[in-house]
Design a binder for this molecule. Structure first.
Ligand code: TXA
Ligand code: MG
Length: 309
């Protein structure tokens, strides 16, 4: 196991190496976004297809002007939600120094300023944009602890351990490259809260292949089959419970006993990781989660986990 300090992590980034870093959403596999060969190492370590673009992380909103074209909508969202679990997809400036591979060749760039104190300090130290997708093998469940990172990418990976992620779900991705603001991925900030700041409804793109290539892939899949909206026990399943657990399950991982969606979001991936490693289980049953607020993002990930294998 290779735990690194913050100055070792910063050195690795400056040298063009990858390092797994904590953010408040999930752990990211980071590399210098302006260094094409460093970025290539992210795709290789994750087994990620190169048509799936990466999110670029910045220390300060002032860094945006050199990278992308900002409009009034983007400025309002940055003021309201950064640092935090919101990623904005904006048109790249013609002289944008970020490697084209980060955008998978698209004319747009996804940007986020994370809130985790270690991530912020690291980004300030390296003083350049840092590309970081979730630090898991492509298609697997995203990591919310340093141990999850090692389970997925191997013990040789350098990890800056910042403890468990407080949000626990990836950022919400909003597309601002056209007339209408689009919800490219539901995530850690509720769509309703973003709409309240924008004063308009977020459009859900119908053709996600063009909009957000990553959303079409098999994703977030644990080893065990996942059964959604469970109403009764079946076989030797473990249970992800929401509210009062259903009877008849020997192994229960409570997402939130008090039915709190933020708490359930923060515990979702930990629950999938944990049940996936319990010997003797033949599946994961999940109780219904309300489709509102953060429930949208939780159900999005659960649907992918259920059909992803
Ligand atoms: O919370 C997060 O966003 C985490 C942490 C580490 O910051 N990162 C993360 O990255 O989830 P990743 O690569 O696993 O997901 C990035 C998502 C994908 O769905 C990708 O398709 C989309 O953002 N994306 C990135 N660049 C894009 C672009 N230029 N246009 C449309 N979608 C883009
Ligand atoms: Mg991911």
């Amino acid at each position: 196991m290779v735990d690194v300090t913050i100055s070792e992590a910063a050195d690795r980034l400056r040298r063009g190496e990858v390092v797994a870093i904590p953010t408040e959403t999930v752990y990211g596999l980071a590399a210098d976004a302006t260094d094409a060969s460093a970025v290539a190492k992210i795709f290789a370590a994750k087994g990620r297809p190169d048509f799936n673009p990466l999110i670029c992380h910045v220390a300060d909103p002032a860094q945006l002007d050199a990278l992308v074209m900002l409009d009034d909508r983007a400025r309002r969202l940055v003021a309201a939600f950064w640092p935090g679990a919101l990623t904005l997809v904006l048109p790249r400036r013609p002289d944008c120094p970020v490697a084209p591979a980060v955008s998978a060749g698209l004319p747009s760039l996804a940007l986020r300023m994370p809130a985790h104190p270690l991530a912020r300090e690291l980004l300030a130290r390296v003083d350049r944009p840092v590309a970081a997708p979730s630090a898991n093998r492509s298609g697997h469940v995203s990591p919310t602890t340093a141990q999850h990172v090692r389970d997925s990418l191997g013990t040789g990976i350098a990890v800056l351990d910042g403890g468990p992620c407080s949000v626990g779900l990836e950022s919400t991705v909003v597309g601002l490259t056209g007339e209408t603001a689009t919800l490219l991925r539901p995530g850690g900030i509720a769509a309703e809260d973003i709409e309240a700041v924008l004063g308009e409804t977020l459009v859900q793109p119908t053709d996600q292949t063009l909009q957000s290539p990553g959303m079409l892939l098999k994703h977030y899949a644990p080893r065990l089959p996942v059964r959604l909206n469970a109403a009764a026990a079946q076989g030797k399943e473990g249970l992800l419970s929401f509210g009062k657990p259903l009877p008849g399950f020997a192994t229960v991982f409570p997402l939130s006993e008090r039915g709190d969606l933020a708490e359930a979001a923060a515990r979702l991936y930990a629950g999938l990781h944990a049940l996936d490693h319990v010997a003797g289980l033949d599946g994961i049953a999940v109780m219904p989660i309300p489709q509102q607020g953060l429930g949208l993002a939780i159900n999005d990930r659960l649907v992918r986990a259920a059909r992803g294998r």
